[in-house]
Ligand binder design. Structure first.
Ligand SMILES: Cc1ncc(COP(=O)(O)O)c(C=O)c1O
Length: 447
């Protein structure tokens, strides 16, 4: 059966098996913009999203009573597993004792010290989202260097940060990323862009002397996983130091590499580090850290009298509830021991996908960073964001997601990403392998 016919069959099955979700989606069109509470939910395959009823551990149930193994895990927000008991206990104990006060609690100290242990940076601040942590880090970098620009990698994603919606155009110029809604200024005014793993381009762009900071995921994770080549991080660190440019490492997704993210696993030495998503088991929480030197310069750059209106803030930031959640998550859920198990499962997932690729002679490849695994419909491993983007296959992507959904498996949307949580089990991983094997059999028969 050709891919299009397979897709039609899967769409019919999805619709037939999700009457309650379909009815809710219909009703939602009358009160929610586009029929969804958050705009990109319109992109789920199937014609309407699955409405969630409840979630626990590595599973969730929808309103039609189907149970799913969740490898999306809220796109890393629930990398802890859903509702981990230790975090829920801490949140339930804290909530009746206050949620937000604009005052510090003792949990903040514990979390600051633990973040220092994990990531090697001595000073920390908190925010509610990784987007905000990045926005504040960029402001501080500009303030303390007196330089206007940020350098990012082609096809990066760091949240809804205006300066990062830039890609390389066909002539190597800085261009607005397709789909960017209402940009405040031309991105070339704020941003320089280079390909990941291209040291020469990096040095060339830094030589302009106007780059306050490089904002970098240590491996790209939002356009498939693009791993750094050997020596790349040494070169990045040396080039930024030589140019007087700060290096900000965004560990929001690469925390999958271990308890201290890629930075902890590989001994990186960023000037600042940002992270959000799973820190408080899904309750909004984010953090940004500073080296000793940058902390001193940042303190001097934020005048006490105007500290509340300087563009770095968030009334609810550092609230006592999210800090209680962070303390419990870091001390009892995303522990060193949990990471060891999660990474082992990541290896099992990778081996399963590799087996399916080999068995069916597919021109695909699988790549892994710690407990995060991704397969791409292209035989060659991308070394840049542009190569990864060019290798995308939207139709096949939608088919695999829907095929998985119809068989009780949720993958991270818009690419084939799977994340292991402390609650994920070997049987969950094997169920995915079996699903992929069946899909591959049908696809190769169709070809
Ligand atoms: C690397 C990275 N940084 C930051 C963010 C922003 O996170 P949030 O949307 O929670 O602000 C994302 C979101 O996907 C991300 O992938």
């Amino acid at each position: 059966m050709p891919l299009q016919d397979l897709m039609t069959r899967e769409l019919e099955r999805f619709r037939a098996e999700h009457p309650r979700s379909e009815a809710l989606a219909e009703q939602a069109r009358r009160s929610l913009l586009g029929g969804v509470p958050m705009h990109w939910m319109v992109r789920w395959p199937g014609g309407f999203p699955v409405f969630a009823a409840e979630a626990e551990g590595a599973r969730f149930r929808d309103v039609d009573g189907h149970e799913y193994v969740d490898f999306c895990l809220g796109d890393t927000g629930a990398m802890t597993g859903h509702a981990p008991p230790a975090a829920i206990r801490a949140l339930a104990e804290q909530a009746p004792r206050g949620i937000t006060l604009m005052l510090p609690s003792e949990d903040a100290l514990w979390v600051g010290e633990e973040m220092g242990r994990r990531f090697g940076l001595p000073y920390w601040q908190f925010a509610l989202t990784a987007t905000d942590a990045n926005r504040f880090a960029l402001r501080i970098a500009r303030a303390i260097t007196g330089r206007p620009k940020v350098l990012v990698f082609d096809w990066c994603y760091h949240g809804t940060v205006d300066e990062t919606f830039a890609t390389l155009g066909p002539g190597g110029e800085v261009a607005l990323r397709a789909g960017s809604v209402g940009p405040p200024v031309e991105p070339s005014a704020t941003t320089r862009v280079v390909e990941f793993n291209d040291v020469e381009a990096l040095e060339r762009e830094l030589a302009h002397g106007d780059v306050a900071c490089v904002l970098a995921e240590p491996a790209l994770t939002n356009i498939g996983i693009v791993l750094p080549e050997p020596g790349y991080h040494d070169a990045l660190r040396a080039a930024t130091r030589a140019a007087g440019t700060l290096l900000i490492i965004d560990e929001t997704h690469t925390i999958c590499a271990g308890p201290g993210g890629y930075t902890g696993a590989k001994g990186l030495e960023p000037d600042m580090l940002t992270i959000g998503k799973p820190l408080a088991a899904g309750v909004p929480a984010a953090a940004y850290g500073f080296s000793e030197e940058v902390a001193g310069r940042a303190t001097a750059a934020i005048p006490r009298e105007t500290a509340d209106i300087g563009g770095i803030g968030g009334t609810l930031a550092a609230n006592v509830l999210s800090l209680a959640g962070m303390r419990a998550t870091l001390s009892e859920v995303l522990t060193d021991a949990a990471f060891a198990r999660m990474i082992e499962l990541g290896e099992r997932f990778e081996a399963g996908v590799r087996h399916v690729i080999g068995e069916h002679g597919l021109d695909w490849h699988v790549t892994r960073l710690g407990c995060r695994v991704e397969y791409l419909f292209h035989g060659e491993r991308a070394r840049t964001g542009a190569q990864a983007a060019a290798a995308g296959d939207a139709a096949l992507d939608r088919f695999i997601h829907l095929y998985a959904l119809n068989r009780g498996i949720l993958l991270t949307p818009f690419h084939n990403m799977a994340l292991m949580s402390p609650a994920t089990g070997a049987a969950d991983v094997d169920r995915h392998t079996e699903m992929l094997d069946a899909a591959a059999r049908e696809l190769t028969a169709a070809a």
